[in-house]
Design a protein around this ligand. Structure first.
Ligand code: 9WN
Length: 420
């Protein structure tokens, strides 16, 4: 594993800030130079969380820039194209400029991503007390949640469905293998610049095919409900949404709005999670096959962000998390897939490696449940990863070596938060 000279907290913080400064375009922060040259949605939420205590002005600008890409439907896109740099799939694939609901001023993708944004605004408000930020951003957040509650409640259960693996934020997770395998064989030969370890070419073809089908259907909610072949209720996506609904319930009065609809939405998501996705662990539900996808990934712990998670589920999740299936067997927190699963692969992105953002979400979950020991373990283990290997995209959960790209924004931003 690469050796880095020992750095103290102050130096690590300065290094993290330097990465974020280098990745700042003047309008937004790109996830990493080269590989991800535009603005990604949940990346920006994590960046803003990390900057909240240090550069609240930039944290606010980051979120406002992202929300300028919001569609009239309320959908917040997973990519807002910020630079002329090539990326596949770029604007020509999404054709947002042709869609009446897309913003005229900026090009975007047509998919969404885990809705962490209300939690990020709440975080900023909590650390700055700045009510003006809340008043400015609240309407966009409320519209985003209304979109999820209507256009994305494809199962009619109160949960939002993702319609593409990219919407999960965990694009090559084994959780999507079966749903992707059920799609027709596609031989596009569409090849973007990708790291070899990222994903199989056949998967990349299916990702592109799914995106094009949705685009060609005019990004219509009715098409998603009746025809789109990929529709999954995911515990991470919905756990994040629940936490954001709770955040919006607190923010609403600050913006002069009613908290009750957000609290009611949170309660609906909470009971649907338990009724539909719980079976000893939270599993995604594939709405097309009607079945739970029984592979336990780090996404299973998303509902732990909810302070109201029932005690039985909290106990069950903690048992799984601390067992040899996850934290009990690896030197570093938290593998993205349980290590006893046949699909576990310590070298491949969301199929095994540890990520700073999911570690941070779990640390937040530990804080909301007053699990101080777990919180300290997660912070210390995550800081050990970045101290040893730098602000890499992800890390080998056994030996802590870095994987994916370098100078990755959310690894740097959340380090700032963990150091605070
Ligand atoms: C597709 C930008 C994004 C993250 C996702 C991560 C990866 C893209 C990719 O990078 O996804 O959107 O090319 O695989 O999986 O979580 O938002 O950092």
């Amino acid at each position: 594993m690469e050796a880095r000279p020992a750095v103290d907290d102050a130096a690590l913080g300065r290094e993290a800030m330097a990465v974020l400064d280098a990745n700042w375009t003047g309008t937004a922060t790109v996830p990493a130079p080269g590989l991800y040259p535009h603005q990604w949605s949940w990346d920006s939420a994590f960046v803003s969380i990390g900057l909240a205590r240090h550069r609240p002005d930039r944290a606010q600008a980051e979120l406002a820039a992202l929300l300028s890409g919001q569609w009239a439907t309320g959908m917040v896109p997973h990519i807002v194209f910020r630079t002329p740099e090539a990326y596949f799939p770029g604007p020509a694939v999404w054709c947002s400029h042709d869609h009446p609901a897309a913003p005229a001023s900026v090009l975007t993708s047509g998919l969404t991503t885990p809705p962490l944004h209300a939690l990020a605004v709440w975080w900023l408000w909590r650390h700055t007390g700045d009510a003006a930020v809340v008043r400015r951003l609240y309407p966009a957040l409320a519209a985003q949640h209304a979109y999820l509650a209507t256009a994305r409640d494809l199962g009619g259960s109160g949960l939002a469905a993702i319609v593409h693996p990219w919407e999960s934020g965990m694009d090559d997770s084994p959780a999507w293998d079966a749903a992707l395998a059920a799609l027709p064989e596609i031989g596009y030969g569409h090849r973007g610049p990708r790291l070899a370890e990222r994903r199989l070419d056949s998967d990349q073809d299916r990702y592109v095919w799914l995106a094009l089908r949705y685009r060609d259907a005019g990004y219509r909610a009715g098409y998603l409900r009746d025809e789109h072949p990929f529709a999954v209720e995911d515990p991470l996506f919905n756990g994040v949404w629940l936490a954001s609904c709770e955040a919006l319930a607190e923010l609403a009065p600050v913006a002069g709005a009613d908290a009750a609809p957000h609290a009611e939405q949170a309660a609906r998501i909470r009971s649907a999670l338990v009724e539909r996705l719980w079976d000893g662990c939270f599993y995604p539900r594939d709405l097309r096959s009607g079945r739970l996808v029984r592979v336990c990934t780090v996404g299973a712990f998303g509902p732990m962000l909810d302070p109201g998670l029932p005690a039985a589920q909290l106990r069950g999740l903690l048992e799984v998390l601390e067992s040899a299936r996850f934290m009990g067997a690896t030197g570093y927190p938290v593998p993205s897939c349980e290590i006893r699963a046949a699909q576990f692969d310590r070298t491949r992105y969301w199929r095994g490696p540890s990520w700073v953002n999911t570690n941070w979400l779990l640390r937040r979950a530990a804080a909301v449940h007053s699990l101080d020991h777990l919180g300290r373990q997660l912070s210390a283990g995550t800081l050990r990863l970045v101290r040893q290997a730098g602000f890499r995209e992800c890390f080998d959960p056994f030996d802590g070596s870095g994987r994916g790209c370098r100078d990755f924004s959310w690894s740097a931003a959340l380090t700032l938060d963990l150091l605070a």
